[in-house]
Each structure stands twice: as structure tokens, then as C-alpha cells.
Ligand binder design. Structure first.
Ligand code: AHM
Ligand code: MG
Length: 352
């Protein structure tokens, strides 16, 4: 029988969705991959599309304001925090390859399959980052990190042991920003790629391939309201950036949603800092589901992330909700930071 082949013409749109991209990358870097990993990531993209639909219509759906519940961090949960968390728990819970999850909004790690089933991944996430911005129509996001289930974990072990792995062990990390458009950025250790949600077709479509951070940017990003309680070396560093001595006078950009502040820093360069403060002496941001994913992405894009004493990705967590100072930025800014804040470890190969 004669079958007609459909051939795209030069003017036809050629799109690459995030699922296609993941499969293509897997074929390139892990030819024996089973597709299980892309199945897991499709659970995350589905959950983020559910959340994005609510974020877009929040004011029309009684989705604004507090849920009148306090999470493990002692923070008042917003209705959208609760919804975004439930969407991820649901979408990952029906992926049989996910063994354990941990969330900013849940006290303990959750085991899906008793670790005797086929689950081999651990997923850690901040379902809705920047929740103080939800009610005022400012960008918020979802951040995630994927780890392998340790092979030596026994069924009787506490599930959080599977989660307490340093960031260097991440298999993949990413985030979605619900901004003026919705963008997903991910890495599996082979560069950083960005996808814009096309609402007409409901798919994340490749829009930013192989993102590299600029060597030097124009912005620093920190909560200047905390200036008086920043340790002196941080104040000296920021004063240096403002002074023009770095070859340009840096401007301040601060949204108050890590995911949005980091996304700008990734594309435009510069530095984001959340130093220790009087209120948060250990830093405010959470290591496992905020700092680690961002650090993995930054390093893959040519930047670096530190807590001012060591590389973020090498910190060994002791609790799933551990906090850390976070300084993340491009090559120029991170090399300069090293000179101001001791004993920050040398920034590998970025100093020039
Ligand atoms: P959240 O995950 O509960 O929203 O809190 C984390 C947020 C980050 O997105 C942001 O960088 C930081 O808190 C802002 O904190 P501050 O308001 O102290 O500047
Ligand atoms: Mg957060």
C-alpha cells in the first residue's frame, strides 16, 4: 500500500517541547535510558501547568489570601501554596518511579511506595516560591530538585535520609516562573535550557537553548531593608558594586521571589544575595529546594553559588528544611565576592 509521507515545509513552524527536548538529550547522553526520567519530569510539568492556570485566574477563583494554616517553617500558608503543593503531590504520586518526595509545605518526607516498589527517584520542591507576592500580581514560581534513591537505603530507614544528599548528587533541577509569561528552566547536568509555555497549545516550547550567564552584569539583588544587619563584608561588597570601581555602577533589582530574582540573574548576569541577618542568622533560603537547584543551574550556566564558606552544592544537609545563606551570580561578581567575604572558598576557574 502506498503511504504518503508528511514533510514539513520551510515555512512550517518547527517546535521542540520540553518532553521532546528531554528525550533528545537522554538519547544523546544516556543511550540506554528507559524514558522513566522523562515520565517523571512530565509529572512536574503537568503540576506546574495546573498551578499556572490557578495563578492566572487567582483573583477570579477565591484563590488569593491565606489558607489560615501555618507550615513547618512557621509561615502562614497561602491558598495557592496549598494548591501548588497538592498538585505536585498528586502528579508525582501517580508516577510509579517516584519513591520519596519532600516539600517546603510538608513537615516530613513522604514515601510513596515503601521503597520496595519500582520507585528510584527522590523529588524535593518548593511548590510556590515567593508566596508573599501572590496577592499583588508579582511573579512567583515552583522550584524542584531530583535525586536518585540511595541504593543502600533500607525499608526501615527514615525517608528523610534519602533526601539528605548534598547538591552535587542532583540528577536534575529546575524551576517554573509564573511571570509575564510562564517559563520553565531545567538542567540535567548538560547545560541549562528554557521553555516558554505556549498557552494556545498548552506546551512548554523551547525558547532559550543552552543559557550562559553573562560574565558581568549590571544588577545586584538583595533585600536592602536588612542592610543594617548584614555582616560587614557583605556591606563592603555591595558598596563596591555600587561605587563604580567594578567598571560600572550596579543598580539594585529585588522582586522578593527567589525564582524571579534568580531568573533575571541567570539571563542578565549580576549577583543575588540572601546573607545571614539578625532575623535569619543561618540565612533565610532553604538548602534543599531553593539553594541547591539554583546553584546547580547557575554552575551549569557558567556561574557559581556559595554560602560564603563553601560551595552550595557541597553542603551536607542535616534536616530537610535546613536554611543557608545564598550568594549566586556570574563569573565576575562571584570572583569579586570571594575577595570580600572570607573564608569563602576559591571560586573554581572563574577568577579571571
Ligand atoms: P517562600 O518560599 O515562603 O516564598 O520564601 C522564600 C522567599 C524567596 O522567594 C525570596 O528570595 C525571599 O523569601 C524573600 O525574603 P524577604 O522578604 O525577607 O526579602
Ligand atoms: Mg521559597
Amino acid at each position: 500500500m502506498n503511504t504518503k509521507r508528511f514533510v514539513l515545509g520551510a515555512t512550517d513552524p518547527v517546535i521542540v517541547t520540553v518532553q521532546q527536548h528531554i528525550l533528545r538529550e537522554q538519547r544523546k547522553h544516556s543511550p540506554h535510558a528507559t524514558g522513566s526520567f522523562s515520565w517523571l519530569l512530565s509529572g512536574i510539568t503537568l503540576a506546574t501547568k495546573m498551578t499556572e492556570a490557578r495563578v492566572r485566574r487567582a483573583g477570579l477563583l477565591d484563590m488569593l489570601g491565606s489558607a489560615e494554616r501555618v507550615n513547618v517553617q512557621g509561615e502562614l500558608q497561602q491558598k495557592l501554596d496549598v494548591y501548588a503543593n497538592a498538585a505536585l503531590v498528586h502528579c508525582l504520586g501517580i508516577r510509579e518511579n517516584v519513591a520519596i518526595i519532600a516539600s517546603e509545605e510538608i513537615d516530613e518526607a513522604i514515601t510513596f511506595d515503601g521503597r520496595s516498589g519500582p520507585g528510584k527517584y527522590v523529588v524535593v520542591f518548593d511548590p510556590l516560591d515567593g508566596s508573599s507576592n501572590i496577592d499583588v500580581n508579582v511573579s512567583v514560581g515552583t522550584i524542584f530538585s531530583i535525586l536518585a534513591l540511595p541504593e543502600d537505603l533500607r525499608a526501615s530507614d527514615d525517608a528523610s535520609l534519602a533526601v539528605l544528599q548534598p547538591g552535587v548528587k542532583q540528577l536534575a533541577a529546575g524551576y517554573v516562573v509564573y511571570g509575564s509569561s510562564t517559563i520553565m528552566v531545567y538542567t540535567t547536568g548538560h547545560g541549562v535550557h528554557g521553555f516558554t509555555l505556549d498557552p494556545a497549545i498548552g506546551a512548554f516550547v523551547l525558547s532559550h537553548e543552552n543559557i550562559r550567564m553573562p560574565r558581568q552584569g549590571d544588577y545586584y539583588s538583595s533585600n536592602d531593608g536588612n542592610w543594617d544587619t548584614f555582616p560587614q563584608p557583605y556591606r563592603d561588597y555591595i558598596s563596591y558594586l555600587r561605587s563604580g570601581e567594578a567598571g560600572r555602577r550596579y543598580s539594585l533589582r529585588y522582586i522578593g521571589s527567589l525564582v524571579a530574582d534568580f531568573h533575571r540573574t541567570l539571563l542578565r548576569g549580576g549577583v543575588f544575595l540572601y546573607p545571614p541577618t539578625d532575623k535569619n542568622p543561618q540565612g533565610k533560603l532553604r538548602l534543599l529546594y531553593e539553594a541547591n537547584p539554583v546553584a546547580f543551574i547557575a554552575e551549569q550556566a557558567g556561574g557559581f553559588a556559595t554560602d560564603a564558606t563553601q560551595r552550595i552544592l557541597e553542603i551536607v544537609p542535616t534536616d530537610i528544611h535546613d536554611r543557608t545563606p545564598l550568594i549566586v551570580g556570574g563569573p565576575f561578581e562571584m570572583a569579586a565576592f570571594e575577595k570580600f567575604v572570607q573564608p569563602a572558598r576559591r571560586v573554581p576557574s572563574l577568577a579571571s
